[in-house]
Write a protein that binds this ligand. Structure first.
Ligand SMILES: C[S@@+](CC[C@H](N)C(=O)[O-])C[C@H]1O[C@@H](n2cnc3c(N)ncnc32)[C@H](O)[C@@H]1O
Length: 243
């Protein structure tokens, strides 16, 4: 089963058009015929996470409970698994110092889509690192953000490695925050219909604690589209601290 499909009733070309409309409302001007170029270039074969297209230009990071706090004392910021780079652009639009932000991803499939839709490759390319191996030093960042990455990692050991890297690259008192799809408490069992790694709140908290994170906070974000999708998962927002 293809677990990285669009939600029922949505299509990739339609969602690409919606994304382009949202970006036009942010001031981006596309050349004549650009939509056709985009839908030829970006298909289910070249877009590994099609559902993130539905959020391009409407970055989910801004709805995170910890979002206002990061502006109080902006520090060195890593977007760990940055995808299209939407969170980075949102931060910069909201006034976060651009020179303190780095995006990192294991591959460049989504970031290339981001460049093509935002028409900002020259500006963004220098903020993003793409590498199969985690490239960051120990105690390099004050803040690490993880937007919808944990649930796409299927293997338990890889999740542990991911969380370990986040913890290691944070400076003391650094903050790890983000979101992941998970299983609600009332859900009977793991769903076969969802992404590979759906944890319950307790399990997620246990993974953070096992990595060494403290002051763990996990909040279930109400997302009507998930409730109405008939699927058995929910969205958790989290924050945790490295002491
Ligand atoms: C569902 S997308 C989310 C992208 C973006 N953070 C967002 O909120 O739209 C998941 C991203 O995580 C990246 N990813 C998966 N495993 C990773 C890992 N071990 N380290 C870093 N990035 C990873 C994928 O390449 C993909 O870009």
């Amino acid at each position: 089963m293809n677990k990285r499909r669009m939600p029922h009733g949505k299509s990739l070309p339609e969602e690409l058009a919606n994304a382009m409309r949202r970006l036009e409302s942010l001031g981006i001007i596309y050349p004549e015929g650009y939509y056709d170029t985009i839908i030829q270039k970006y298909t289910h074969k070249t877009v590994p996470y099609p559902y993130i297209v539905m959020h391009i230009g409407d970055a989910r990071i801004k709805r995170h409970f910890f979002y206002p706090d990061i502006f109080k004392k902006p520090g060195d910021f890593l977007d760990y698994g940055c995808g299209t780079g939407d969170a980075i652009r949102q931060l910069i639009r909201d006034g976060y110092p651009a020179e303190r932000i780095t995006g990192y991803d294991v591959n460049d499939a989504s970031i290339r889509l981001g460049y093509d839709l935002f028409l900002d490759r020259d500006d963004m390319e220098r903020r993003v690192v793409v590498s199969p191996a985690f490239p960051c030093l120990s105690e390099q960042y004050d803040i690490v953000y993880s937007g919808s990455v944990i649930h796409v990692i299927g293997d338990e050991r890889e999740v542990a490695g991911y969380l370990g890297n986040a913890h290691r690259t944070l400076k003391p008192n650094g903050i790890f925050f983000g979101s992941t799809l998970g299983l609600p408490n009332e859900a009977p069992d793991r769903s076969n219909d969802g992404p590979p790694r759906l944890m319950r709140q307790q399990e997620l908290a246990g993974s953070f604690a096992g990595t060494g994170f403290k002051k763990i906070r996990i909040v279930r974000e109400e997302r009507p589209e998930l409730q109405h999708s008939g699927r058995n998962f929910c969205l958790f927002q989290f924050s945790a601290k490295k002491l």
